[in-house]
Design a protein around this ligand. Structure first.
Ligand code: SAM
Length: 229
């Protein structure tokens, strides 16, 4: 039988970075990605709300969004969550890393683990229920994002620090974000790196530096003010 004791946030050796805050990953996810995208307010009137994330990792951000969506919306509304991941974790590891919040997620973590696909490259569409769909794209975001067709309402940019993982913040990613956005599409990310902010502004986003989570002084939030193309 496997050992299911909590083992703290996973750390990437390759990028020398944690997947989420060691202080409180769940609070960080809410602060940076949900509050940073003005959720739940922004989806209250949406029939269908589309979130796109760079870096699925353990799925903590997805689970936080899924739970909040079901708690704050009406039965006719649906959530489409799309996430890129080049180095998929195994389902069992996800269950282990997120074990501290298993009760909080109220069955959703177990369901994600049960339906999580094998790490085969490509698009994996996972229907969680009649209202919530997760599309996992197991590929380098730079290869996959130009192929994506979607009308994104909110971006979760969570791809490790730009200094150690510049590929997640490339011009290709940012230009395709603008292509997939519409007037009022929002974005949020933990980083306040000037290069990222300048790239987003050059692609047409309105960007603000706002207070960060915990010990982080700043993060970035913004929105797309016009139609792309
Ligand atoms: C900070 S972690 C994401 C944490 C995640 N959102 C969560 O809730 O656990 C960053 C993720 O980006 C992935 N990643 C790094 N470089 C990538 C790339 N070029 N394309 C796609 N995914 C990448 C990593 O494997 C890692 O899972």
């Amino acid at each position: 039988m496997s050992d299911l004791r909590p083992i703290g946030p996973p750390k990437s050796q390759e990028f020398d970075d944690l997947y989420f805050s060691a202080d409180d990953g769940l609070a960080e996810s809410k602060f940076v990605f949900l509050d940073g995208n003005n959720l739940p307010e922004n989806w209250l009137e949406a029939e269908r709300f589309v979130i796109c994330e760079t870096g699925f990792g353990t799925g903590l951000n997805f689970l936080s969004a899924w739970k909040l969506f079901e708690e704050t919306t009406k039965p006719h509304q649906s959530l489409d969550f799309i996430s890129f991941e080049k180095y998929p974790l195994e389902a069992e590891k996800i269950g282990l890393y997120l074990k501290p919040w298993r009760d909080f997620f109220d069955g959703r973590l177990q369901q994600l683990v049960a339906q999580y696909p094998p790490g085969i490259p490509g698009f994996h569409r996972i229907v969680l229920n009649e209202r919530v769909t997760l599309t996992l794209i197991f590929d380098d975001v730079n290869e996959a994002i130009p192929k994506l067709i979607a009308d994104v309402d909110a971006w979760f940019l969570d791809g490790f620090r730009p200094a150690t993982n510049p590929d997640m913040w490339s011009d290709t990613v940012i230009e395709n974000m603008a292509r997939l956005s519409h007037k009022g599409t929002r974005l949020a990310t933990f980083t306040a790196a000037g290069k990222v902010r300048r790239g987003l502004i050059a692609a047409g986003f309105s960007i603000e530096k706002v207070p960060g989570f915990g010990r982080k002084r700043d993060m970035t939030a913004g929105y797309f003010p016009g139609d792309s193309a």
